[in-house]
Design a protein around this ligand. Structure first.
Ligand SMILES: NC(=O)c1ccc[n+]([C@@H]2O[C@H](COP(=O)([O-])OP(=O)(O)OC[C@H]3O[C@@H](n4cnc5c(N)ncnc54)[C@H](OP(=O)(O)O)[C@@H]3O)[C@@H](O)[C@H]2O)c1
Length: 287
């Protein structure tokens, strides 16, 4: 299976993980997670807002894989920002997952009381409840400010990253500052016919691989962590088979021509996006 990378605090993080966003039913989320663990994935990426922490927890227990071989990530939703609310949210996620620690805990959006939440996360880190802490969807300027006002530096930034939004400068800055870039939406959730894109297909043919495998390989060769999602076992297996080939420098350069240099999922600088994200509320007991 894919290699692990070492976070700035020495914790090992697998470079390939499994994402569980937008799996509507408990049964499907549990089954997909079980299939992923069976296929060799060791990193599972969930979030309080995905409303499937309980399903993921059941899959972890039923998988038979030892806890210390797994790397479990979950995320703090906007409604739980602030010092005390974050303390409760961490304990809530741990209870729903049935775990006594998380390998990685991320602030899901750069909204609301980031600094109060970060202080609660630092304390949970000190207490051993969180083995690593980080953020998602933070622009580098916000991250710089957080780094200047934190005792413990963020270890990961999970951001939108795929061939159509390749984020070369942003990733370089993160890598220069000791923060791991983790790609969400590595397949752009299938937008713009990515799985049949002819440029990617040309490279895939060279290696006897699929578009999905080429995309994941292109990201991992850039030193990025990937967390593709699928509810189909054949695709779960396919997406993990990326260790037996390597893109050439010319192929890496060809992939770069696909970059449109903008998000396909909304603009965090748009007040309407912030208003929409900031008003989504979840009842975690309804899962
Ligand atoms: N931090 C954040 O704000 C944030 C935002 C979005 C996502 N994420 C995380 O990142 C993970 C991945 O992103 P994502 O789920 O949004 O999208 P994604 O992984 O880019 O794409 C998932 C889509 O691709 C399809 N697919 C997967 N493998 C395929 C293959 N080999 N061939 C053809 N189709 C394939 C899936 O369909 P099937 O399932 O039907 O196979 C699904 O429709 C999420 O699950 C979540 O953990 C985080």
């Amino acid at each position: 299976m894919t290699k692990t990378m070492q976070l700035s605090n020495g914790v090992s993080m697998p470079q390939l993980g499994f994402g569980v966003f937008q799996i509507p039913t408990h049964a499907d989320a549990k089954q997909a997670t079980l299939q992923a663990i069976k296929a060799g994935y060791r990193l599972i990426d969930t979030a309080a807002a995905y409303m499937n922490e309980r399903a993921v927890g059941e899959a972890i227990r039923e998988s038979g894989v030892a806890r210390d071989e797994l790397f479990i990530t979950t995320k703090l939703w906007v409604q739980d920002m602030g010092y005390e609310a974050t303390q409760k949210a961490i304990d809530g996620s741990l209870a729903r997952l049935g775990l006594d620690y998380l390998d990685l805990y991320l602030i899901h959006q750069p909204l609301n009381d980031v600094y109060g939440s970060w202080r609660a996360m630092e304390e949970a880190y000190d207490a051993g409840k969180l083995k690593a802490i980080g953020v998602a969807n933070f622009e580098n300027d916000r991250l710089q400010d957080l780094m200047m006002n934190s005792r413990i530096q963020p270890m990961v930034n999970q951001i939108e990253l795929h061939p159509f939004n390749a984020q070369f400068d942003r990733v370089q800055w993160l890598q220069d500052h000791g923060v791991f870039a983790e790609a969400w939406g590595p397949f752009a959730e299938g937008k713009q016919h990515i799985f049949t894109n002819p440029v990617i297909q040309g490279i895939a043919t060279n290696h006897g691989k699929t578009n999905g495998q080429v995309i994941l390989r292109w990201l991992t060769q850039r030193g990025i962590v990937v967390i593709p999602k699928s509810v189909h076992e054949s695709r779960i297996i396919e997406n993990a088979a990326i260790d037996d080939f390597e893109l050439t420098a010319a192929e890496m350069a060809t992939m770069r021509t696909l970059d449109q240099q903008e998000s396909l999922f909304g603009d965090m600088h748009d007040p309407e996006t912030v208003a929409a994200l900031g008003s989504v509320h979840f009842d975690y007991d309804q899962q």
